[in-house]
Design a protein around this ligand. Structure first.
Ligand code: SAM
Length: 164
């Protein structure tokens, strides 16, 4: 989408009043395959009992999956590549009532990073089968982490971890 295409703006929505900075450099580590072929077909948030989806890693990142099957749940970060990035207020119900972008989990944000907690079903080499995603088929994959609550750091605790 170009910066001048405002045809999708809803009543009351507000554009960022200032430059929208160029992208920082992130690297995509793979591609997410889902059954959702249009944004309308995507759920608003993924469900752990949703359809099976595939996290297909580039071959060079396959060794980075070692140890992953110890975890039942993962956090998946992805790049919502079809989102515009210049709204500061949005109208989720298209009724003119608006809310600030950072008070929403809308895909429209300055850095369109989506986060979902997923259930790990199985690993097949560089591919993870998961449930719980809400993104379009072929959404670029940014990162995978063990779900926070189930994760115990392997590195030694630091003083700041113990301080109350
Ligand atoms: N679960 C993530 C989160 O909370 O950060 C994303 C939530 S966002 C509300 C999910 C919606 O983003 C979907 O319903 C769909 O409308 C839209 N979406 C999904 N994949 C997208 C993509 N690749 N580019 C732009 N929008 C996308």
């Amino acid at each position: 989408m170009t910066e001048t295409d405002n045809s999708d703006l809803r009543d009351g929505e507000v554009l960022c009043d200032g430059p929208v900075a160029p992208d920082a450099t992130v690297q995509f580590i793979g591609t997410i395959r889902t059954p959702f072929t249009t944004r309308d077909l995507c759920p608003r948030q993924g469900r752990l009992d949703g359809p099976e989806c595939r996290l297909e890693l580039l071959p060079q990142w396959e060794p980075a999956l070692d140890g992953i099957t110890r975890f039942a749940h993962l956090d998946v970060l992805y790049w919502l590549h079809q989102s515009r990035r210049d709204l500061v207020r949005q109208s989720p119900r298209s009724d003119g009532a608006t809310t600030g972008t950072f008070a929403l989990r809308s895909p429209v944000r300055p850095n369109p990073i989506g986060v979902s907690q997923v259930r790990l079903i199985r690993r097949m080499g560089p591919v993870l089968i998961v449930k719980g995603l809400d993104c379009l088929d072929k959404t670029p994959l940014l990162d995978i982490k063990p779900e926070r609550c189930a994760y115990t750091p392997q590195a030694p605790f630091k003083k700041a971890d113990r301080d109350k």
